[in-house]
Design a protein around this ligand. Structure first.
Ligand code: UDP
Length: 343
């Protein structure tokens, strides 16, 4: 019998990849998702309960039915730009929804919670790499909503005897190396999928927001971490809490910054397609460089990114855009090409 874990937002990008891994590790991922941004087809490793995290009664029913031992709380809205124009939605879902999830945990005796946080909680970093002791001064409603979620979890944990793992993702990307899952945000605003869309002709060109930054090649530098690595960090965090480990708040990144131009080069080289580029002005709120000090996750969880080199990221993500690289990366031990794509 597989041990049940409630996965809010389990139909989303990072949530679905984590469910696949949890199932392989012997858990039953029970997905709780309103399918607002998630995809029903991404739920394939356990039951799907369609519900909103703000609906306390529906949450209670799901918990009563499945009796999960922990909650992995991914469900959230996650577009920085949209959070500026729709802050009410962001606070209602990301803060109000998180309180509802925590209350459902507390009143049902669930004392382990894993929370999706973000490097956006750091705002514009004062120094690089960004360690967990860096000041958290978010500059968007999205970043503030995630920081509020963190603070509420820490208060609940202190008062109600809960243990938590707060995971601050840097730039999630890539896709399931077996081709069963991918990145399918609607609308898609993230850099790597949009570069692949440009290479496949789905959009006329990739717009690059600024090439006059104080970086080596003038484009922004970010810490791109493969979604399969992120999924593995969640599994490690869950096992850590199950083994009686202490609460923790850690960065999930590679520690290595990659520029936009390096990504354009990798996509062109791996897909053998031209990548049409249109240079545009800077996007407000973008720091020039942002990458993690990943050492605390290694110390506390034994976690290190292993499949986050740019070639592996592009090779696994490309098939979703009709771009098949010659073979899958060796890092995953895969020998066959992608046969099945769920979208
Ligand atoms: N970016 C870009 N064109 C796009 C999307 C993103 O130039 O169509 C840039 C963006 O300005 C940032 C980097 O790519 O410097 C990563 O952006 P993304 O939105 O993927 O993630 P973020 O770092 O904002 O979380």
């Amino acid at each position: 019998t597989r041990r049940p874990v409630l996965v809010t937002g389990g139909a989303g990008f990072i949530g679905s990849h984590t469910c696949k891994l949890l199932a392989a590790a012997g858990y039953l991922p029970v997905v709780y998702d309103n399918l607002g941004r998630g995809n029903r087809k991404a739920v394939a490793w356990g039951p799907l309960v369609v519900g909103d995290i703000r609906d306390s009664e529906a949450l209670q029913r799901a918990i009563g039915t499945y009796k999960p031992l922990a909650i992995v709380h991914f469900a959230a809205l996650a577009y920085v730009g949209e959070s500026v124009s729709e802050p009410a939605e962001y606070y209602a879902t990301n803060v109000g929804g998180t309180i509802a999830v925590l209350d459902a945990a507390r009143t049902n005796g669930i004392d382990k919670v894993i929370f999706s946080s973000s490097c956006a909680t750091y705002g514009v970093p004062e120094a690089l790499p960004v360690s967990e002791t860096s000041p958290q001064k978010p500059i968007s409603p999205y970043g503030r909503s995630k920081l509020m979620g963190e603070e509420i979890i820490r208060d609940y944990a202190a008062a109600y005897g809960m243990k938590y793992a707060i995971l601050r993702y840097f730039n999630a990307c890539g896709a399931d190396p077996e081709g069963e899952l991918g990145e399918w945000h609607t609308p898609e605003t993230h850099l790597i999928p949009r570069v692949l869309m440009a290479a496949s002709g789905m959009i006329a060109a990739i717009e690059i927001f600024g090439d006059d930054y104080e970086t080596a090649d003038g484009t922004c530098v970010r810490d791109y971490i493969h979604v399969s690595d992120l999924a593995r960090a969640h599994l490690k965090a869950l096992m850590h809490l199950e083994a009686g480990g202490d609460s923790l708040s850690v960065n999930l990144g590679t520690g290595k910054g990659i520029s936009i131009k390096e990504i354009l080069d990798a996509v062109g080289r791996i897909t053998s397609r031209p990548v049409p580029v249109a240079y545009k002005p800077r996007r407000p709120g973008d720091p020039a460089g942002l990458f993690a000090d990943p050492s605390l996750a290694r110390e506390r969880l034994g976690f290190m990114a292993e499949n986050s080199d740019i070639d592996t990221i592009v090779r696994t993500a490309a098939p979703f855009f009709g771009l098949a690289p010659a073979s899958m990366p060796k890092a995953f031990g895969a020998t066959s090409t992608v046969s099945r794509v769920k979208r």
